[in-house]
Design a protein around this ligand. Sequence first.
Ligand code: ADP
Ligand code: ZN
Length: 622
Amino acid sequence: MSPSAADDALHALGFDAFRAGQREAIETLLESGRALLVAPTGGGKSLCYQVPALMLPGTTIVISPLVALMADQVAALQQRGVAATYLAATLPAETMQQRLAALWRGEYRIVYVAPERLAAAGFRERIKQLDCPLIAVDEAHCISEWGHDFRPEYMQIGEIVRELAPPHVLACTATATPVVRDEIVHRLDMGPETAQLVHGFARPNLALRAAEVGGQRDRQQQVDAALAEALGRPGDGRGVAIVYTPTRKLAETEAGRLAGQGWRTRAYHAGLPAEDRQIAQEDFMAGRLDAVCATNAFGMGIDRSDVRAVVHFGPPGSIEAYYQEVGRAGRDGDPAIGLLCWAQSDLPQRRRLLERDGEADSEIVAHKWNLFLELIRWAEGGACRHDAILRYFGDEAETLAGCGRCDVCTTIDAGGSDEDATLLARKLLSGVARIHGRFGMKMAVKLLRGEQEERLERQGLTRVSTFGLLAERSEAWITRALGRCVTAGWIVFSGDQHPVLRLSPDGDAVMRGRQSARWLPPGEAGAPSRSASGSRRRATPSADDPALDAAAQSAFDALRAARLDIAQREGVPAYVVAHDRTLREIARLRPDSLAAMEAVPGLGPAKIARYGEALLDALADA
Ligand code: ADP
Ligand code: ZN
């Protein structure tokens, strides 16, 4: 494209310069005809169809579900002298007729259309005769059944695109889940080779942290520490914090608890009367609060730039949901804290929630469960949290090779783990290199542990030098460590049904010693790597040893005794049978069958088959 034509259009719209990514998006769209643009809300996506609309002859159609937003944009365009209008069901019939007549006469450069308009048969027929160089689909994730915002009207858009076959199609979304993106491309018939441009997700001023906690008290301590660090003391006036809680009840109890410490707080959730919610929002916006304790109902349309901390009492459903919520911190660009508290017990709880919510479709349950596990894997950490999120979103260009602010970076920079992290990574990755697209995670663990396994033997993999390279490590440790290598971007999965492992180019470079490994290997014995309180590394004994109530404690003791029996009988160390942590989980969850044991984190099918009965017996006797 001629740079000057794009610049002219930019200036006509009243802007001086493109933001990062905008020119590239416009060039890609004009050259290849199809593009998917993924950028956060406020990232400047609309310019990427407005500029081409001014450059191309004919009437550009913009499909958008948000009438208020359409009206604003049209008003701004008209002010700049651009012939623009919008069509939505909220218009009086007469206005609609006038606008349609002008549209068919070709008087507009840009027309915004609400998706339900597209369903009107007359409109669908007539629009085929419009000279339309570009269809832009805003909020394109509404087309995805996997997304949280699915709108049936959006399903029509694919057909319209096929019927009109415009030379250019641009889909825009702030939703970054890879599955959703692929679905957008597919449903809009854009072709699998369509460029997906991901931009603007980096938030380097956020100090991202995750803390694995034991119980409620632990979570509260984390909240208190984060508030103290970010806001100082009540009355210091250093900005505001948001505490997200998983339930409405917790929002209220936390608000009460913090108020007891002198913080000015309010609870916010969808169960409160509209009036109370209104007051909470106004107090928050007007700076009359130090903290809001809220469910995820809080945040839409909230625009305060000096949120200094966003603390999650428990994990939300996905990396995406988390990033959107934590992204409300530090909009002014000054340092801010994002802290996610999570516990192993959050896993079975989420699983139950997903199943109880009666998602009839087990495929959707599985999908949502995987999104949640991605978040937990991120929380388990090991690699720069900032970079790991950007890699998840596919925003590679903005990764920093270590942000220097997150808990992982600060720990590494303070001397990291006691082990030679690079050497460990090289060992792990050389095992994966042998697996090379043939097997998944489990086999990689067996290979590195040096376990006799027929499938490995058949491939000659029991005779390679990496076989048993990490024999002294536990299965759980190697599994965790490999998970961290995934988060670090060194190992990638491929294949849908049975995902197999491969090294990424970065992983290959680390394995060959051409690149040092910036990561934290997990601690042994399955202990959480650390509690995250910034650079103040504080051992939280409770994180490793969450308080059990009396009944659970006696169950735990019985399980330990049973484990000792098994270990002696089989001549293996106790932790090979099960970690303390796993036994605690069993004590807490009290599974009553082998099947129920599958909900216990850390107990794979193999262990359940081998030791399940004995552990259940011990539990029954306790
Ligand atoms: P999105 O659609 O990605 O949510 P918008 O397109 O509404 O974001 O843009 C957000 C804001 O940024 C708008 O106020 C817009 O005018 C402004 N903006 C976008 N691009 C530029 C630019 N190149 N220079 C200055 N302001 C811009
Ligand atoms: Zn970092």
